[in-house]
Design a protein around this ligand. Structure first.
Ligand SMILES: *Cc1c(COP(=O)(O)O)cnc(C)c1O
Length: 378
């Protein structure tokens, strides 16, 4: 079937409503266009949504991670253990903060590091555990939090993709210091932006001072800071989305359930697990194309693309698997066999809230066709 006959189904959609336009105009007309009351509203509303005491807004998600580490006063050589299966910002933030990065293997069930794998990487230089809640699914935080407590380690959560994901009824970002991205394609967006969550009064206080050049009161500097501020113009894009987010999350969850049901029982295709006790934020819906599949991952992507179905590989390589990191003195590459296998098999499919029933049927029908048609042998 020719691609032109059917509309393309993109992997993500940015749709901002009239309420955003109105608030944006209000901000423009107010004359308070840098950090002001709308940033405060964004912080307070999001804090309430995820059940934490403090949220500090910053200018992007990478900055959120950097700032979360900078307020800990890590010494050179301090080791941060994170996931090898993540966006490059996780690793860049560790290096920017002057720490050393190490990697624990992931579980193929949730694509995240586990307490068991983190435990195998502990040394006397370990200072921070940094799980990533990839694709919007919370890591197994009850266990990871217990490990951090048992060893006196800081816990920083890369929750860039996991707004309102939960484990055991607790939101991602509410266990340690949570770092969220508000980039254009994330579940919540301010075009560029970031949020840092914490229940720790002292950390929140240091983050607020750090964000504003280390200044507590005008020209009273108490630490070497930076300009990490978010603007009210950016916050105005995001604030109205907070009210509709619960309904959007429901749509993502319904879409994922439909895909899981429609794609079940195909040899060589592993659909994402909805793990007990966890609520997924479905930033991405990611399947694994195994060696027993009737077609290769590349062929599947080619076929989906020509059928107008958006898809993506997040991520094509392990985060350290580039010359610039393999040769970096602050990157310690460890053996991570599960992640190394998953990285060759993952494909993300559209799950965003604007998919129609017909879109979902088309995605399911196309993939079933691909996996079932080859059974006569080539
Ligand atoms: C998007 C993302 C970031 C960085 O956020 P930015 O707002 O783009 O700086 C960090 N970690 C993960 C896992 C991400 O997906």
């Amino acid at each position: 079937m020719a691609m032109s006959e059917e509309h393309p189904i993109p992997i993500s959609v940015v749709r901002l409503g009239d309420d955003v336009e109105k608030l944006l105009l209000d901000v423009v007309r107010s004359g308070i266009i840098a950090q002001g009351p709308v940033v405060k509203r964004l912080e307070d509303t999001f804090a309430e949504m995820i059940g934490v005491k403090h949220v500090v807004a910053v200018n992007n998600g990478t900055t959120a991670l950097i700032a979360a580490m900078q307020v800990l006063d890590l010494q050179p050589g301090a080791e941060v253990i994170t996931s090898p299966f993540t966006f490059v910002a996780t690793l860049n933030a560790i290096l920017e903060a002057g720490a050393t990065a190490r990697f624990a293997d992931i579980s193929a069930d949730d694509f995240n590091v586990t307490a068991e794998s983190l435990a195998t990487r502990l040394t006397d230089r370990t200072k921070v555990l940094m799980p990533v809640h990839l694709y919007g699914q919370s890591a197994a935080m009850t266990d990871i939090d217990a490990l951090a407590t048992a060893h006196g380690l800081h816990l920083i959560e890369d929750a860039a993709q996991a707004h309102c994901a939960t484990d055991a009824g607790r939101a991602a970002g509410s266990w340690g210091t949570g770092c969220f991205s508000l980039y254009a394609t994330k579940n919540l967006t301010s075009s560029e932006g970031g949020l840092i969550s914490t229940n720790d009064d002292a950390i929140a206080d240091r983050l607020r001072v750090l964000r504003n050049q280390g200044m507590r009161q005008r020209y009273q500097y108490e630490m070497a800071g930076n300009n990490y501020r978010l603007t009210d113009i950016h916050a105005a894009l995001c604030v109205p989305q907070l009210a509709t987010y619960p309904a959007q999350l429901d749509r993502r969850r319904t879409n994922a359930a439909r895909l899981n049901e429609g794609l079940s029982g195909l040899v060589g295709l592993r659909t994402p697990a909805q793990l007990p006790g966890r609520e997924h934020a479905w930033h991405q819906y990611t399947v694994l194309v195994g060696p027993d599949a009737p077609l290769s991952r590349d062929n599947m992507i080619e076929a989906l693309t020509s059928a107008g179905i958006g898809c993506g590989i997040y991520y094509p390589r392990l985060v350290f698997d580039y010359d610039c990191y393999r040769s970096h003195p602050d990157v310690i590459v460890d053996d991570v066999p599960v992640a190394a296998s998953v990285v060759q098999q993952c494909v993300s499919l559209p799950v965003h809230p604007y998919l129609t029933t017909a879109d979902l049927d088309r995605i399911i029908g196309t993939i079933r066709g691909l996996f079932e048609s080859d059974t006569h042998g080539a």
